[in-house]
Design a protein around this ligand. Structure first.
Ligand code: TPP
Ligand code: MG
Length: 779
């Protein structure tokens, strides 16, 4: 093959077929090695999915080594992770050593991971459905950057998901389709490995063709790749039409079972069903059993020529769904068996597979093993010349300076209103930071106080849309012109979409080389609705500011369905997300400045602010010393006396009740302290890290919780108070072995006004006083 010019069509097909086989072998071998050859120490199954890999190797060969351009990005279905690594092994980006350690510490991850794998992984996958939908949101982010002059149209890539057919059962796929249509989604391909098998079963025939309708309704082009070229050739022969009709009407489960049984079973069944039709027997007789089995499983998704042509024909920017028919376990003895999801070839089957490919013993890891010198040389050149080989490393986006963020003025303020005012001031400033902020919300823009920012900066739309109400001079507080320079992405009420949007926006820096600072608001209890997508964003190390507001029982009249309880624990338990809950507006301003910086640090992360609509009296500061401690997780609002026996510890909006109780108790309990925990998350993390370092780095410095509690007497008592799960604070008793009386909500709330609810749920100052009395005075 000439390496300087484009290879001929025939050479390309031949190279892709070889690569398909190489990927099948290497992915199978990687899994086999981890399960059958590598020494085991724990008796646990290592796992891996040879059948899931085998159904997608041709698709991935044709995509990666033919269709993919350097600017395109791909999410690979979780169970095809080994195929992705095999591709990068052939490209020279992956080492044998890491592949040998597949699913071992430091080795190739079970499912593609942006942060843990050493090869380029555009999107992490694992929780099925999310890795698919995220590509649509990244496409919207790309359009946002193009519209904002941060990316050239000609550099736009295609966002591609390689998905399992069972992923089509995930609801988040359809939520995403609807949002995608509203936002005029483009440059997005989803390629379904339509092997008609999920984990447990063969997928339902009744959905056949329904997917076309659903996607087409949402503006997608649907391209079905049902037959391979061999099958098409057979259909064109005498008797072929009957064969085609038989395949079309064969139920999924039966097709799978026959595939597993092989050539003899195919022949018997076909003869029984259609053998009496003209020319069919002659047609079938022209294939021996092995060829017949190959013919019957020569589906579109296993035919590189079919795949290549389909990809080549879809070169415009219309979102496109390719439904590529495949066989789970294709080319392996597992093919078609309904239990093959976790099935694995045994050593004898693997040996047989090796021999069938002519791979010499000891040569199993050879990238080009058993190919013969000429073919290997040609193939290496083909791979080296494929566009994907020219993909550059992910860009490093320069940081955007974070200006000082002054606290909003006002004697009584809620943190939610203060948040809106801070964003408004930023929007009016000429700061670069303000230009990089992108806000988004799932239909709660106004009620979470983003409205003022949106009035200033506008809604983002690729096509300009006038504000009809504004034009008609109908008075409205919301002046939401929609234009390409807008900085708010309005989403429908689907929290999964919201979190995936945040995840995509927060990956703009590594994906597109431009740092965006996404700020998303959601009613605090509905974080739970999108929790897996939030986790997905954090797992991908995306950077965003999540604002949960309003929160807690403090919503009062809104009732129990809207009052969040366990979100502080979510905030504490979620890796790569730092949770703060401010009591006062100046704390919030400090936290937002911290967040915008933290989101840009190499070892930073995302930030979650839990806010409220209840306005409380602000306090007068005499100095700024609180700030540093507040950003470490807590500070003394009233410093305890040295050796004091007690402290009240609170988080967030119940500051007023805590302060009132402190004022009433301080005469009876001399030296009583009042601790404002601004981040139960940071305090807890610091505490557990400090214990961990004791065993690793030697002499750890005291953590912030220890430093804060140091003045108290060893057996002191703590009353903790939070409008949320009391467990967020009660653990503080363990730091120095103190007694704790935890106050908070641990049952569903109800409607009521604040005095009634705070009394009923024991969040008021009387509850604090009673708890203190019980703890400290032995009453
Ligand atoms: C959210 C989620 N639920 C369940 C699983 C467990 N699981 C892994 S793969 C799978 C089914 C995969 O079927 P399909 O998507 O068709 O993939 P393939 O047949 O190609 O293996 C399931 C249920 C998961 N990974 N994520
Ligand atoms: Mg499947």
């Amino acid at each position: 093959m000439d390496t300087t010019t484009s290879p001929s069509r025939q050479d390309t097909i031949s190279a892709l077929e070889h690569l398909d086989t190489r990927l099948l072998w290497l992915s199978s071998w990687m899994i086999h090695n981890a399960n059958h050859l590598r020494p085991k120490r724990d008796g646990l199954k290592v796992g891996g999915h040879q059948a899931s890999c085998s159904s997608i190797t041709a698709i991935m060969a044709a995509l990666y080594f033919h269709a993919l351009r350097p600017q395109d990005k791909v999410a690979v279905k979780p169970h095809a992770g080994p195929v992705l690594h095999a591709i990068h092994y052939l490209l020279g980006n992956q080492t044998r050593e890491r592949m040998e350690r597949f699913r071992g510490l430091g080795g190739v991850q079970s499912y593609p991971s942006r942060t843990k794998d050493n090869i380029p992984v555009d999107f992490s996958t694992g929780s099925v459905g999310l890795g698919v939908a995220v590509t649509a949101f990244s496409s919207l982010v790309q359009d946002y950057l193009i519209a904002h002059g941060q990316l050239r149209e000609e550099d736009a890539g295609r966002m591609i998901a390689l998905m399992g057919d069972a992923e089509l059962d995930e609801g988040n796929i359809y939520e995403c389709l609807i949002e995608g249509y509203k936002h005029d989604l483009r440059n997005c391909w989803w390629i379904v490995d339509y092997n008609r098998q999920s984990l447990d079963a063969t997928t339902a025939d009744r959905m056949f063709r329904r997917f076309d309708d659903i996607f087409e309704t949402c503006g997608w082009r649907v391209i079905t790749l049902k037959y391979g070229k061999m099958q098409l050739a057979a259909f064109a022969r005498p008797g072929g039409k009957a064969l085609e009709e038989w395949i079309d009407s064969c139920p999924n489960a039966e097709f799978a079972a026959l595939t597993y049984q092989g050539g003899t079973a195919w022949r018997e069944r076909l003869l029984a069903d259609i053998g009496h039709k003209p020319n069919v027997k002659t047609l079938l007789d022209s294939y021996d059993d092995v060829e017949l089995a190959r013919l019957m499983t020569n589906l579109g998704g296993h035919c590189v020529e079919t795949l290549m042509d389909a990809f080549d024909a879809a070169q415009d920017d219309r979102p496109t769904l390719f439904i590529a028919y495949t066989v789970k376990g294709h080319g392996l003895p597992l093919a078609g068996h309904k239990d093959n999801h976790s099935g694995m070839m045994n050593p004898a089957q693997m040996e047989q597979f090796r021999l069938s490919l002519g791979i010499a013993e000891g040569n199993e890891w050879e990238p080009w093993g058993a190919l013969g010198d000429n073919v290997a040389t040609d193939l290496k050149a083909f791979v080296a010349n494929s566009p994907i080989a020219r993909t550059k490393a992910e860009p490093v986006a320069p940081a955007v300076p974070v200006p000082a963020i002054p606290a909003p003025e006002g004697a009584d303020q809620s943190t939610q209103a203060a948040f809106g005012r801070i964003l408004l001031e930023l929007a009016k400033s000429g700061e670069e930071l303000a230009d990089r902020i992108v806000t988004t919300a799932p239909d709660v823009t106004q009620t979470t106080n983003l409205g003022a920012f949106v009035n200033q900066r506008g809604l983002f739309r690729r096509q300009e849309l006038a504000d009809v109400f504004h034009k008609a001079k109908i008075p409205s507080a919301q002046k939401w012109a929609q234009h390409a320079a807008g900085q708010h992405i309005e989403l429908g009420i689907a929290e999964n979409n919201f979190f995936l949007m945040l995840a995509s926006l927060g990956l703009a820096a590594p994906h597109f080389g431009t740092r965006l600072l996404p700020v998303g608001t959601v009613y605090d209890p509905f974080i739970a609705r999108g929790l897996d997508a939030l986790n997905y964003g954090c797992y991908s190390d995306s950077r965003f500011l999540l604002v949960g507001t309003p929160s807690g029982l403090t919503l009062a009249a809104e009732g129990g369905a809207h009052q969040s309880i366990n979100t502080p624990l979510i905030g504490m338990g979620q890796p790569n997300l730092t949770y703060f809950e401010p009591a006062y507006a100046d704390e919030l301003a400090a936290m937002m400045a911290f967040a915008f910086d933290h989101m840009q640090q190499v070892d930073g992360g995302s930030v979650y602010l839990r806010l409220t609509t209840r306005a409380i009296p602000q306090i007068t500061r005499t100095d700024d010393t609180w700030r540093e401690d507040a950003l470490k997780g807590g500070y003394w609002l009233r410093r305890p006396a040295e050796g004091a026996d007690a402290a009240i510890v609170f988080t967030g909006v119940v500051a007023t009740e805590a302060l009132a109780a402190w004022e009433q108790l301080v005469d009876d309990i001399p030296g009583l302290g009042l601790l404002n925990v601004t981040s139960p998350d940071l305090l807890h993390r610091g505490w557990s890290e400090r214990h961990a370092t004791r065993w690793t780095t030697g002499s750890p410095a005291p953590c912030h919780a220890e430093t804060l509690l140091a003045p108290l007497a060893p057996g002191a008592g703590l009353v903790t108070l939070i409008d949320g799960s009391p467990g967020a604070l009660s653990w503080l008793g363990g730091v120095k072995g103190m007694r704790v009386s935890p106050l908070g909500t641990d049952r569903f709330g109800q409607t009521g006004d604040l005095p009634d609810l705070y009394r009923e749920y024991r969040l008021d100052s009387d509850a604090v006083i009673d708890a203190a009395a019980e703890l400290f005075l032995g009453q």
